[in-house]
Every structure is written in C-alpha cells, then in structure tokens.
Design a protein around this ligand. Structure first.
Ligand code: FAD
Length: 432
C-alpha cells in the first residue's frame, strides 16, 4: 500500500506539516498536484499570471523530487476525478493534505473525504497555512473574537517556540515513492498563456524587516516584503516567516497576525465571502455606476494616489497596502460602489490574492466588517497623497501626466462625496 500527499497551497518540501505526517507514517508517499478545473475554469483571463506562477512552481517542485529519486504526479481535472484515478491506479491506503479554510475548499474536502471513505481510504489534513487556526485563539468563553486588538493579545499570549518550530521533513525524504520522471502538462495544454509579469523573490529580506515599521507606509519605497504571493501558495512557510518576525520586528509580526485573524473570521463566519459581516450594511443604497467603476479600474479618477495604485495593480499585480486602503475607500465611499465589485476586481488582479485577506480588508475599508474603520471615517485621497507621497515620487512613477492638461479633473468632489456617503450609510443603519 502507498500514501498520497496532495499539494495545494503548500508548494514546498521543507517545513510542510501534512507532508511531514505523510512521510513519517512509513508507507511510500506519492506526491500529487492537481490543476483543478473547478478553479481554473472560473478565472476570467487566460493570461492569469498566477497560473503561470503555479506552473513554474510545480515544475520546480517536480525537479526537487526527481533529485530525490521520486517525481510529482501532475493531473488536470476535478478533485473527485483525480481521486477516482488514483484509487484505480495505485494501492492507496491514506491521503494526506493541509487545511484550507475557504468555503469552496471546505466543501471540496468534505466531498473528497466522503468519496475516499467509501473506498476505505483515510483522508488526513493538518494545520499548515497559519500559526493559529479555527478554535485555537478564541475568547475565554470559547466564542471567536471579532475585534483584532483582543485577538492579537491572546494570539501573542499563546505563542511559544513550539508553534514556530519547522517540521523536519528531510528526515523522511527516503519515504517518497521511487518513480521515473513524470510529465507535466504545458501551460497551453491547461488552456493558459504566459504573461510578462515578474514574480517577487521568495527570500525573507532581513534588513527590510528590521526597518519595516518606518518604511511600510511609504509607497514610493520598496518598504514591504512582497511575500504575499509566496504565503498565498505556500512557497514559503508561515512558521519560518513568523520566526523572523518574532525576532526582528513586532510591527511586521502584527501584519501576520492580521492574516491569521481574517482566516479565522472566514472559518467561523463563512457568510462574509458573499455578504457583509454586519448584515445591516446590505441596505446601503449603492449607486453602482458602470462607467464610474470603469474609470476606477483604469486609474483615471482624477485622484492621483488612487490612479497610481490602480495602474500599479494593472501593470504588476501588486499594489502597496496604504494605496489599497485609499483606492478601496474611494470606490466605496466616494463613488458609492458596492465593495464586492472592488473586491472581485482585486481578486482578479492581485498576485497575492487571498479570499480571507482580500475580503477582510475590503470589508474593513467599507466599514461593513468586524473591527472595521467606522463608516463615518472617510479617507481624503488628496490628503493621503500629501501625507504618504509628499514628493509625488510614487504618483509620478505611475501617473506621469499628473499636473498637465492631459490629466482628468477629479471625477467627484471630496466634500460632496463624503456627505453623500455618510447619508447612505446612515440610511442603511436606520433601515434595520
Ligand atoms: P508585508 O507588508 O511585507 O506583510 C507581510 C505579509 O503579511 C503579507 O504578505 C500578508 O501575507 C500579511 N499581511 C500584511 N498586511 C495584511 C493585512 N492587512 N491583512 C492580512 N494579511 C496581511 N493581502 C493579501 O495577502 N491578499 C489580499 O488579497 C489582500 N487584499 C487586500 C485588499 C485591500 C483593499 C487591502 C486594504 C489590503 C489587502 N491585503 C491583502 C493586505 C495587504 O495590503 C497585503 O498583504 C500587503 O500589501 C502585501 O504586501 P507584502 O507582501 O509586501 O506585505
């Protein structure tokens, strides 16, 4: 009999919880990766750079496994088809994987588990993606936190070296199933084409982390780590990253705690994936003007910081966090466009897109989420630009025509938009 390890958003051999348990169990381990058609068919663009990233990463993983005398079985189809094939081709006794907290992934895993059970195959999953998950950091009465400050305090109290320890997978590398090299479908065979976007490096930049608290709010600098993509797909281990954060910079560690927090929120309140955390905000009278939304997407709103951010996003798949906040707030409050429109646009464009973090942050900006900015706090996009990009270095990089007649006038006046937003939110709350 053999075991299967199913790679998902944990694309590394080092310090991988589920892989460690699979290898340690003793039976030869067949590593597999699935290009899941349930997910790929929903992507709006055939040029999606994240699929290229996955494809490159999977090939690198396969090369590493080949050096160990094994290989990576790469399939293309649905999870249940994959399990059917595996059970037909190999004497599989156990399947191992890591937890995924997104609603669609949870229902997928439920189905897979039922299918495998029916065949007498066990399905084991482990925490790997976060430091603390599910019910590990909850209030004394066992209910989930809804306020970040209190959650963070408990998270830090609970942290000890055990939770940051790497899983020593190399100790059991000899347990991979010996195999000749196996083929990987080409990007074209998967229905995608390459995209010129350059992916950020995966190292943890020590010097940058030391000064993170001073540089992180200035979009003109390369002052944040760009690890989002790697944390999203597990090409780096959260334990390794959190160990560095713990040693080097509490402000940076706090960002990683936000990441855990939103995964925890999504797990306990899965309705947030499609609805406001506080349902009262379903009654906000959104204006949802298509043509205004198109100007926001293209970065031609007439507010330079918003436009710079949107153009950075469109060109690189990244936007600086401070600018994400300003651009999101502008869409929701100044244009009164449903935050879900902006959330979906970011989901399509961000290399580091993660449902929990994207949704949590959008709801935070929209004032509809847990522990959100109160709805009556409306960012002034011009003032934000003066505060965080005084010399317009960042703005000029992305909006070179700023200050010339070629640049559009602001599409909505700030004071007017602010009052309109306050009225709209007030009316939503009055309706319940
Ligand atoms: P660093 O600043 O170096 O931080 C390190 C890591 O900490 C990040 O890679 C990320 O994994 C985590 N992190 C940092 N800030 C946050 C945060 N506020 N919430 C959750 N995790 C955080 N982050 C995503 O990972 N995916 C998203 O889809 C996403 N969408 C966002 C949408 C909006 C409207 C806003 C305001 C923020 C969003 N963020 C998202 C949070 C944050 O902007 C990014 O994590 C950060 O800018 C990524 O840059 P970095 O990798 O250089 O992060």
């Amino acid at each position: 009999p053999i075991s299967v390890f199913w790679f998902r958003r944990d694309l590394r051999l080092q310090d991988n919880a589920g892989l460690y348990h699979a290898l340690q169990a003793g039976a030869p381990v067949l590593p597999v990766f699935l290009f899941d058609t349930d997910i790929l068919s929903r992507l709006p663009s055939r040029e999606d750079p994240r699929v290229s990233f996955l494809h490159q990463t999977v090939q690198a993983l396969r090369r590493e496994l080949e050096q160990l005398g094994s290989s990576l079985l790469v399939l293309h189809g649905t999870p249940l088809d994959m399990m059917r094939q595996l059970a037909a081709r190999y004497p599989v006794r156990e399947v191992f994987a890591n937890h995924d907290y997104e609603p669609a992934a949870r229902s997928r895993d439920q189905q897979v588990q039922e299918f495998l059970h029916g065949r007498g195959i066990a399905f084991h999953t482990y925490k790997d993606q976060v430091i603390f998950e599910k019910h590990e950091v909850v209030k004394d009465n066992g209910t989930p936190y809804q306020v970040f400050g209190a959650y963070k305090k408990k998270w830090l109290q609970k942290l000890n070296p055990f939770y940051l320890k790497p899983y020593p997978t190399p100790r059991y590398f000899q347990h991979f199933l010996p195999s000749p090299p196996l083929p990987v479908p080409s990007l074209q065979e998967l229905g995608f084409v390459p995209n010129g976007i350059v992916f950020p490096a995966k190292g943890v930049p020590t010097q940058l982390i030391r000064t993170y608290d001073q540089t992180r709010d200035l979009p003109a600098l390369a002052g944040t780590t760009r690890l989002g993509l790697h944390l999203r797909f597990g090409t780096v281990s959260i334990r390794e990253v959190a160990r560095q954060a713990h040693q080097l910079n509490a402000v940076w560690l706090s960002e990683l705690i936000w990441r855990d927090f939103f995964m925890m929120i999504l797990f306990h309140f899965p309705h947030v994936a499609t609805r406001p955390f506080h349902l009262a905000y379903e009654h906000v009278p959104w204006q949802n003007q298509q043509e205004q939304f198109a100007r926001w997407c293209a970065g031609t709103t007439g507010y330079p910081l918003v436009d710079a951010g949107m153009r950075e996003l469109n060109a690189t798949g990244f936007m600086h966090n401070r600018v994400r906040m300003v651009a999101a707030s502008f869409l929701v409050k100044h244009l009164l466009i449903d935050y879900r429109w902006g959330e979906a646009y970011f989901a399509e464009k961000l290399l580091d897109f993660d449902l929990a973090a994207n949704n949590g942050n959008w709801q935070w900006c929209a004032g509809t989420g847990c522990d959100a900015a109160p709805y009556f706090r409306v960012f002034n996009p011009a003032a934000q630009a003066v505060k965080f990009d005084k010399q317009q270095q960042y703005i000029k990089r992305w909006v070179p025509e700023v200050g010339t007649p070629a640049y559009p006038a602001p599409m909505v006046e700030h004071a007017f938009a602010r009052d309109r937003a306050l009225q709209a939110y007030k009316s939503a709350l009055a309706a319940v």
